[in-house]
Design a protein around this ligand. Structure first.
Ligand code: ZN
Length: 502
């Protein structure tokens, strides 16, 4: 194990040095022709542009609650008892001399509009970076705190309206923003490289066609009634590496489509991103900034129904995190230099309709919710549906605001964020249509509208569909917005947002 890591390091250094030199030559030629041809370059594609300057900074701020607080993740109240590993807000700031963008990932179950709005406000006040250029996504750790909901009409959740949860939420924007301020304070010239790892053994679609013709959700290990998976998984593990100099990695951004719920219990833990930090930290040094985001995985988890083996706890988190780290390292020699450092950012608020329900169902839901303090609790799917109906009714205009954001670096790298637990097929549709070499999807970003199934899944029903607040077709609307923004940025039509980014 140790030997193979050292071997990788050797390869890495040689490769990085060679590619770094090649890039300097490319850059020098680019500058020369740029000076010669002036604005003619503007009409060319990204590939022909000079690289231009790129300054990148990294910051991390601990966001572990300082006292026992209700934990997120399951339908029930459980207070934290200890910390296994700290929770982090990790930030990367990129600056091409004209435009600045921010990518933030927090070790939390989700993001809500209040915390995103307040955090962006602090960032705009201090750094002048507008909201459209700040992407804040959550890893979806099930061993982080329950999120207090400042908007009372949206507040129906187990344990999230306690004083402890409120106290935590009020201090959160400042703690998240601190990671961005730290990143902006250490901006320096860095080179960007990108690659896509492959991982086909870890993630499993959790919806299955069953022998009785229904679609099952988490039907259980070795269930003989399973026919086959009802949806795909996404094997791609896109990553972007930033180097200070050949052989010295400063930071790494990566994402993968897998549900982040392996640890369980009552100790704070970032779950598998903790192992990624530990494992890749051994390769690249503890000071390397390792920022992992959760991709579109609304219907994907780590449970392999073909084995009866238990898959939970810290050991399972470590197994998955180590393997994801290995998949990144295995593709390290595929790293390509980003040819242009031009940054662009845009976002669009897509107004999606809520799921309709009858007046009769509304009354039924009130009945279920009135029994939430009883023992035993109402049946699980009844609670899921009742919460959905209460949430939907908290939006009297029948619409949900869903922010779709796209940030791109040159013609090669795109980060797309979506506000919810997004079915993997929707993420794949965006990646397939994206003109960029790599497209990294961050879900649960800039707020959340809950589960976002595919149009087809609505016909099939079961958990995610029962829970989904948005109407059938909403997911496809978000995909369309993302693809539109990707194409626009690829074609260099984001002049306006570039000006805004200063
Ligand atoms: Zn979950």
């Amino acid at each position: 194990m140790q030997r193979s890591i050292l071997f990788q390091r050797g390869l890495l250094s040689r490769f990085a040095r060679r590619a770094f030199l090649a890039r300097r030559v490319f850059y020098a030629f680019g500058m020369f022709f740029s000076a010669l041809l002036g604005s003619l370059f503007c009409s060319f594609g990204f590939g022909q542009e000079p690289a231009g300057e790129l300054r990148v900074g990294f910051g991390a701020s601990e966001i572990t609650p300082s006292r026992p607080t209700p934990m997120a993740g399951y339908y029930g109240v459980r207070f934290s008892t200890a910390t296994h590993d700290p929770l982090w807000a990790k930030s990367t700031v990129l600056d091409d001399g004209q435009t600045r963008v921010v990518l933030v990932v927090v070790d939390l179950i989700s993001t809500n509009p209040w915390m995103v709005r307040e955090t962006r406000k602090l960032i705009e006040q201090q750094l002048g970076i507008p909201a459209s250029h700040v992407m804040i996504s959550a890893t979806h750790s099930h061993t982080g705190p329950m999120l207090y909901e400042p908007e009372e009409r949206l507040a129906a959740r187990f344990g999230n309206q306690t004083d402890e949860a409120k106290g935590y939420m009020i201090g959160l924007p400042e703690r998240i923003a601190k990671s961005v301020f730290d990143a902006a304070a250490n901006l320096r010239d860095r080179t960007a490289w990108y690659a896509i790892g492959q991982e086909s053994q870890l993630a499993f679609n959790r919806r299955f066609f069953m022998k009785d013709g229904t679609v099952g959700w988490n039907p259980g290990k070795l269930n003989a009634r399973i026919v086959r998976e009802a949806g795909p998984t996404d094997d791609a593990l896109p990553f972007v590496a930033f180097y200070d100099e050949p052989g010295k990695l400063a930071g790494l951004l990566s994402s993968f489509a897998i549900h982040l719920d392996t640890v369980g219990g009552t100790e704070w833990s970032a779950d598998m991103p903790y192992t990624i930090q530990e494992t890749l930290g051994k390769v690249f040094g503890v000071e390397a900034h390792l920022q992992y985001a959760t991709g579109a995985c609304g219907d994907v988890n780590h449970i392999d129904v073909r084995t009866g083996n238990r898959q939970g706890g810290h050991q399972e988190a470590a197994r998955i995190g180590t393997r994801l780290s290995g998949s990144i390292l295995r593709s390290w020699n595929r790293l390509q230099p980003v040819a242009s450092n031009r940054l662009a950012a845009s976002h669009q608020i897509v107004r999606v309709p809520v799921r309709p329900h009858s007046a009769e169902r509304s009354e039924w839901a009130k009945g279920v919710l009135s029994k939430m303090n009883d023992q035993p609790l109402p049946a699980f799917m009844e609670m899921v549906e009742a919460y959905r109906i209460a949430d939907v009714e908290a939006h009297p205009d029948g619409m949900l605001d869903a922010e779709v954001q796209v940030i791109t670096l040159g013609g090669q790298v795109a980060w797309v964020s979506l506000p919810g637990e997004i079915f993997v097929q929707l993420g794949i549709a965006i990646k397939d249509a994206s003109p960029f070499a790599i497209t990294s999807i961050h879900e649960l970003a800039n707020g959340s509208i809950g589960y976002v199934p595919t149009r087809q899944a609505y016909e099939q029903g079961n958990y995610e569909v029962i829970s989904a607040r948005c109407a059938q077709g909403s997911g496809e609307m978000l995909v369309e917005s993302a693809i539109g923004q990707l194409r626009e940025q690829f074609n260099g039509k984001q002049q306006k947002s570039q000006v805004e980014g200063r």
